[in-house]
Design a protein around this ligand. Structure first.
Ligand code: PLP
Length: 401
């Protein structure tokens, strides 16, 4: 008798994005000219993984005992302090009321949020276009995922659709956990304006008395947005404090170009001291029950990068030049794609953009036959400009059109 439980018997064999990328790499190795716009890692125009020099050096300088020993269950104190400070360096009052737990990448933070802020079997709420692993994370914990239509007619975030869905979920399940990935949302590339944040906050506050609502801001790409101060949007979230739960998923993967280091954190802003202690204990328990503890060497390197001001400045400078590479690609994409009539959200920067397409599967298949790889999703094609050399963008836009 096949002992695997029935609800695990229809899992896909391979992650779609990784499967497409593997095919692209295989065909390229066989000599074909390929444009691979599937994977979310920043590549140089020469096709190499872009790595911040200072970050790579810090990782290599970590002592072997640091790699070999266990880390504390929730992560080392200096790491947790440094991550919280990274968000709230301009808001000491918020810093004082925040706690964190180390997680393997931002993915671990998302996992802990779903496991601790929803009752078993309930639904997570997110935007209609969303990063596929949100669904996987819910499936793995026997949770569900529901969405609200992301864009209104004018191309801005559809706050009335959000409002309707929050109303529905509160009536049906008595609580709401909302994931918003901003700035540079994966997959659309969209970044909300301060006014849009204000509207989202007003919407959530209007429902706050009806049941527990928690907003998680997934900031995987926050150092690649076009805002002069990437932390400025946090000011708009202040009115939530004490009324709506506020979480942040922090990740070193893109911020320090160390995707494989698996360093991240879940940060919770909890104004009440007792509730803060209870939250920290719940997150620590979740760590113990999933991955036990994180990679101590990785936490140690990232702590240094965040808290040594010389290293932090060096990373900022190096990241700025990577951002410049990305911005140059985005500008070229916009200058070719808009006149061609491609339909996609306002796009000012970040790793991805999503081009709306009626029959995305068929469209992606035709592109693939021409050696141009993008990721088909419902009604759209996700284009990872982060991995496309500037010289290949005209060919990419041609294939998309
Ligand atoms: N959130 C989004 C939207 C992402 O695209 C990613 C990575 O691609 C993550 C979170 C988490 O990445 P990691 O677990 O590598 O930190």
């Amino acid at each position: 008798m096949f002992p695997l439980i029935p609800n695990r018997r229809n899992r896909p064999q391979n992650d779609l994005i990784f499967a497409l990328s593997e095919e692209a790499q295989r065909r390229k190795a066989a000599g074909e000219s390929i444009v691979n716009a599937t994977l979310g890692s920043l590549m140089t125009d020469e096709g190499k993984l872009a790595v911040l020099e200072t970050a790579a050096k810090a990782v290599h300088e970590v002592a072997r005992e640091e790699w070999a020993a266990y880390a504390p269950i929730s992560g080392s104190g200096p790491f947790l302090k440094a991550v919280v400070h990274d968000y709230f360096q301009n808001a000491p009052d918020l810093e004082a009321m925040s706690i964190a737990a180390a997680t393997p990448g931002g993915t671990g933070a998302l996992r802990h949020a779903v496991g601790n802020y929803l009752e078993p079997g309930q639904s997570l709420l997110t935007t209609g276009y969303f990063w596929g692993p949100y669904q996987t994370i819910c499936d793995e914990q026997n949770m569900k995922l529901e969405t609200f239509s992301m864009f209104a007619q004018d191309g801005t975030i559809d706050v009335s659709a959000l409002d309707a869905k929050v109303t529905e979920l509160l009536a049906r399940q008595g609580r709401v956990l909302l994931f918003l990935n901003d700035p540079c949302q994966n997959p659309t590339g969209y970044s909300m304006t301060r006014a849009e944040w204000k509207a989202v906050v007003t919407c959530l506050l209007a429902h706050a008395e009806k049941g527990p609502i928690t907003l998680l801001v997934d900031t995987a790409y926050y150092l690649y947005g076009s805002a002069a101060d990437p932390r400025a949007f946090i000011e708009e979230l202040r009115p939530l404090i004490g009324h709506v739960g506020l979480l942040f998923a922090w990740s070193a993967s893109k911020s320090f170009t160390h995707y494989g280091l698996r360093v991240g954190a879940l940060v919770a802003v909890v104004p009440d001291t007792k509730e803060r202690e209870i939250t920290a204990a719940a997150l620590s328990y979740s760590c113990r029950g999933t991955w036990s503890n994180c990679n101590r060497g990785g936490l140690s390197a990232v702590t240094k990068l965040l808290s040594d001001s010389t290293l932090a400045k060096a990373c900022d400078t190096e990241r700025r030049s990577l951002k410049q590479v990305l911005t140059s690609r985005v500008n070229l994409f916009n200058s070719l794609a808009r006149p061609k009539g491609l339909k996609y959200p306002r796009y000012e920067g970040g790793f991805f953009v999503t081009v709306f397409a009626d029959d995305a599967m068929a469209h992606a298949q035709v592109m693939r036959e021409k050696g141009v790889f993008v990721v088909p999703q419902k009604g759209a094609l996700r284009v990872a400009l982060c991995s496309v050399a500037e010289k290949d963008i005209p060919r990419l836009v041609d294939a998309l059109g």
